[in-house]
Design a protein around this ligand. Structure first.
Ligand code: GTR
Length: 326
């Protein structure tokens, strides 16, 4: 059964769309777990500005950052129900709901940032965006999220043997759980907002994420060892509730898609700068960053691929991703 947190109940009463006055200006509410100023938050604000320009001010966006509307898994449900209009979340937060998008959560599926961009900016990226409609959201664009690596309060991780027995928080996705299990670690799925106290109180030893999250969520204060195994490159995705989408005219739908695509370049610039700034910030805090020979980690991931890439269509999708240049 789906329980609405207090904020969402208030939102339900206020109705998903706030239509004001004779100008019929619609302000769409968009959720983000990150704080104000984070590249995804700024990119969605930029999307809102582009949308307002394109629609002559008929549509705009208000970003509720810092998980004001709830933790990601809950906000996805609320977006599916039309309680929240839009959402910027990690593809990982969808877990295995969208089989095609599960492929984007496979460890080491991307070889480089160029490979990641070539796949997502091309027909494969479009095909996966379209697959989200089956779960009642319309996915408009991907944003960058760099590479995710392990960090913890105990010791540097240099090989899979160091992960053995470690309690590591992962996103609420079975693929992430199996990835950590393949390395001999104990995966603990929990909401992002609980990771800081989880590490601080010793409930978990660490987690995994990119530099900007490690930095802006304060995790570097409680987990000093950041090991560059770069096991995942999971894109962020900007989605709109299908209920809201179906109420738009085809012309406006096209403008939404256009604005979302146009916001991507801005997000990528912000992202690059944030990765550099966050690396400096965590080092200034005393984080110990170590390089890792990735091959043994890559070699350990066979069982994850075997478990999730069984369907011939998904096998074909993985093969096409691997065959993409970059
Ligand atoms: C971040 C991502 C967030 C959230 C978080 C997490 O990299 O931007 O949307 O999914 O990871 O690990 O929960």
């Amino acid at each position: 059964m789906f329980h609405l947190p207090k904020l969402a109940t208030a939102a339900l009463v206020a109705t998903a769309l706030s239509v004001t006055g004779a100008s019929a200006q619609t302000v769409l509410r968009s959720s983000d777990t990150h704080p104000d100023g984070y590249p995804t938050v700024e990119a969605v604000k930029h999307f809102g500005e582009l949308l307002a320009e394109k629609t002559g001010g008929r549509y705009s966006v208000e970003v509720f950052h810092s998980a004001q509307l709830g933790q990601e898994a809950d906000t996805i449900e609320q977006t599916q129900f039309g309680v929240i209009d839009m959402n910027r979340i990690s593809v990982g937060a969808f877990g295995t709901q969208v089989p095609e998008a599960t492929v984007l959560q496979l460890p080491y599926i991307f070889r480089s940032t160029d490979h990641f961009h070539n796949v997502l900016d091309g027909p494969i990226g479009e095909e996966i965006l379209a697959a989200f409609e089956a779960v009642d959201v319309v996915a408009l664009a991907y944003y960058d999220a760099g590479a995710r690596s392990f960090y913890n309060s105990q010791r540097p991780i240099t090989s899979p043997a160091d992960v053995e027995g470690m309690k590591l928080r992962v996103m609420q996705s079975d693929v992430f759980v199996d990835m950590v299990a393949a390395l001999g670690g104990n995966a603990t799925p929990m909401p992002y907002g609980e990771v800081y106290s989880g590490i601080q109180t010793g409930v978990i030893d660490g987690a995994e994420n990119n530099y900007p999250s490690f930095d802006t969520a304060g995790h570097a204060e409680v987990a000093k060892y950041y090991s560059l195994d770069e096991h995942l490159m999971v894109p962020e995705v900007l989605v709109i509730s299908k209920i809201v989408w179906d109420g738009l005219t085809p012309e406006d739908q096209a403008l939404f898609r256009e604005a979302a695509k146009e916001s991507v370049a801005h997000q990528r610039e912000l992202w690059q700068a944030q990765e550099v700034a966050s690396r400096e910030a965590v080092e200034a805090l005393g984080a110990v960053i170590n390089e890792v020979d990735k091959q043994p980690f890559i070699d350990a991931m066979g069982p994850v691929y075997e478990k999730y890439v069984t369907d011939p269509a998904l096998q074909d999708l993985v093969a096409r991703i691997q065959a993409t240049e970059g």
